[in-house]
Design a protein around this ligand. Structure first.
Ligand SMILES: [Cu+2]
Length: 413
């Protein structure tokens, strides 16, 4: 875990599909100073609906047969609020799933018990700057960072992960990631599948050594440049990719790509279309039928799955379909190809319809209403700003510029 990962935000044009994919591990400002101002205290006048401890620590967990695996894990503890708001699996490296309602006030006490600096970012959430988990706000081992914010986001699938400069990649890879689900009044009226029928599907790739320990950046410089690829797919922190679901039921599957740099072209093996009902941080206006979905790093997609007429004993496989990964597979030229190359075809998830069940949820025709911004009303309609993403000297730039040092940033602010 010595090598430094290149933080970056990449736009890639994929030759054969023509799809633009956003790889969104952030490239925010470098920071070394963790000054006293970081240690937020509890505000006496903030009355949280939900108050939790979120501790990042090293633990050993049985993942594969044989030796347990050393991982880093977010552990949650409920101090105040509805016990259903925090769902945790002790036998998993993944962090808890947080279920929150728009308008609720949340206090999260992040406790760093890692052997290095860290901070938590709430991916997709609209929070005050000091609670965004910016790399300049990292805390050291033994310190606590208190987040206090009101949930402003609309219903949707979000997630959280560490965000220290240069160490985000390895910290997420070691296990630090969790899902954050927001609901609101609009969504509740839709009567979408809940509880056991609202299923997270967190997709990651991992690689292990012969002692069952995680391997990272084993291709050295190539991985630093092109991003690390594991050689086996994990679903919800488990290596077997199995998901048991019930015949006679409808499901909401919440896909999150929490891999470091692998992206997926998800499609059903039998060629049936996917019914997409939500993407990053919101439901769609209406369900959409898609032949496949490209899921970039950190991206989410909510899928409707109807097993009403699918008999017990059926096995449904969701694959990553073949695509041209272009420059991302550059390692192949040097004979250092991943044994699960990006863009190859492989199964991601097997759904075993293993027993009979029932629920009454049906797919709504309309899901969410948006106040759409009309591009023709833009004040700079005739003079749009252009943003050119370009890699130079091994760094990603926007309009030729890279990030600023934190000292400069602070002065400017
Ligand atoms: Cu993020």
């Amino acid at each position: 875990m010595e090598a430094k990962e290149l933080d970056r935000r990449k736009f890639l044009k994929l030759g054969s599909t023509g799809a633009a994919v956003l790889i969104s591990f952030p490239f925010l400002n470098a920071c070394k100073d963790s000054s006293a101002e970081n240690n937020n205290d509890i505000s006496a006048d903030f009355e949280p609906d939900l108050d939790i401890d979120l501790t990042a620590k090293e633990v050993e967990i049985p993942i594969l047969k044989g030796n347990p695996t050393r991982v880093w894990k977010f552990e949650g503890k409920l101090n105040k609020g509805d016990s259903a708001a925090l769902q945790e699996d002790q036998n998993n490296y993944l962090g808890p799933i947080l279920l929150i309602r728009k308008g609720q006030k949340v206090r999260i006490r992040f406790k760093n018990q890692l052997p290095e600096e860290s901070i938590v970012h709430w991916h997709g959430m609209h929070v005050p700057e000091k609670f965004d988990g910016h790399p300049k706000d990292v805390i050291n081992n033994g310190e606590t960072y208190v987040y206090e914010f009101e949930i402003m986001n609309r219903a949707g699938t979000y997630w959280f992960h560490p965000h220290p400069h240069g160490r985000t990649g390895p910290q997420v890879y070691n296990g630090l990631a969790g899902m954050l689900l927001v609901t609101d009044e609009e969504e509740e009226k839709l009567d979408l599948p809940k509880g056991e029928f609202d299923v997270p599907v967190i997709i990651q790739d991992r690689k292990f050594d012969e002692n069952n320990q995680l391997v990272y950046l084993d291709r050295g410089r190539m991985d630093q440049m092109m991003g690390f690829l594991g050689n086996r797919i994990f679903i919800n922190g488990k290596p077997d990719k199995e998901l048991p679901l019930k015949s006679g039921c409808t499901y909401r599957l919440r896909f999150l790509n929490a891999s470091n740099s692998r992206f997926y072209k998800l499609g059903w093996e039998d060629g049936s279309p996917l019914t997409v009902i939500g993407i990053d941080g919101s439901l769609l206006e209406r369900p959409r039928s898609m032949p496949y979905i490209m899921l970039g790093v950190a991206k989410r997609a909510d899928i409707w799955l109807d097993l009403k007429n699918i008999p017990v004993g059926t096995r449904l496989t969701l694959k990553s379909l073949p695509f041209s990964a272009g420059i991302m597979n550059m390692g192949m030229m040097g004979g250092m190809a991943s044994d699960l190359p990006l863009g190859s075809e492989y199964p991601v998830l097997n759904i075993n319809v293993d027993e009979q069940g029932s629920n009454t949820n049906t797919l709504p025709d309309n899901l969410a209403v948006f106040n759409k911004i009309n591009p023709s009303e833009a004040i700079n309609k005739e003079n749009p700003r252009t943003f050119r993403f370009f890699m130079q000297r091994m760094e990603w730039t926007i309009n030729g510029r890279t990030w600023k040092q934190p000292g400069l940033l602070k002065k400017k602010l």
